[in-house]
Design a protein around this ligand. Structure first.
Ligand SMILES: Cc1cc2nc3c(=O)[nH]c(=O)nc-3n(C[C@H](O)[C@H](O)[C@H](O)COP(=O)(O)O)c2cc1C
Length: 241
């Protein structure tokens, strides 16, 4: 793909707040965009995310007040909730671990494969484990302090760091999704303007799952674009070291 083709996709994506309610968005468009969202880079390939495709009209209507009656939500043909699933770390670490083990089979593991086993078998539990009394966080703090005392070290301490890791990957998936919808001729509006407690309840999310954003999808209208795209000047936001 040329940079021009990519530039067109990026330039054409605007947050559209009013979709044409007469134009449907076929399911294949959404499915394709979710497939491409799944290909987003994500921390340690742990894929601690979930994509809740809110397709049913009656469920969508439940989401109108949850999304604060924003017109993007009310006129959307589909709503996709991007959800961080930090709580699934164990099963996803095991999934990755099994991939490494299956590739090894009965032979001796290579150095790289041994590193893979340690990565998903030891490091990921160290990064993601939580307990009621905060022992895991305490252990992480001590390790970070000792290891980071004299050498550079990736400092992952507690809940906040874990959530940031998960949410970063989730937002990258949402961006892939929005660009993929744009590339197929439809429009999106990412929304953080929703009630997180009601949204969690409506989606039946367990404790440990955190909503990242809800993306409204439809065929955009000119009124849905609120003015020209404005960004701070390049030189005010790029710092060259
Ligand atoms: C995480 C996130 C949350 C957002 N939440 C809302 C929202 O709740 N409602 C809305 O109308 N726009 C929302 N936006 C859209 C932004 O306002 C929009 O991206 C920004 O103004 C730049 O415009 P553009 O997307 O057309 O380039 C959100 C964007 C992001 C990335």
């Amino acid at each position: 793909m040329s940079i021009t083709a990519f530039e067109n996709i990026v330039n054409n994506r605007r947050s559209n707040r009013k979709f044409d309610t007469e134009i449907e968005v076929p399911d294949e468009i959404i499915k394709k965009a979710i497939e491409l969202a799944i290909l987003a880079p994500n921390s340690s390939n742990m894929q601690l995310w979930e994509f809740h495709w809110i397709k049913d009209k009656s469920v969508q209507e439940k989401f109108h007040p949850i999304c604060l009656n924003q017109s993007a939500a009310k006129t959307a043909k589909h709503l996709i909730a991007f959800v961080g699933r930090r709580d699934l770390w164990k099963s996803h670490a095991d999934w990755n671990l099994n991939l490494v083990k299956e590739a090894i089979g009965d032979r001796e593991p290579t150095k790289r494969e041994k590193r893979g086993i340690d990565y998903y078998g030891i490091l990921m539990p160290l990064v993601y484990r939580r307990d009621w009394f905060g022992f895991s966080t305490l252990i992480r703090r001590v390790i970070c302090f000792i290891k980071g005392f004299s050498n550079p070290f990736m400092r992952i301490n507690g809940n906040r760091d874990q959530n940031v890791i998960v949410q970063k990957s989730c937002a990258l998936a949402a961006q892939n999704f929005m660009l993929a919808i744009g590339a197929q001729g439809y429009d999106t509006c990412p929304m953080e303007g929703f009630d997180p407690i009601l949204a969690r309840k409506a989606l039946g999310l367990p404790k440990g799952a955190e909503l990242n954003m809800i993306v409204a999808v439809g065929k955009g209208t000119p009124e849905g674009i609120h003015g020209e795209r404005k960004r701070l000047p390049y030189n005010d936001t790029v710092i060259i070291h």
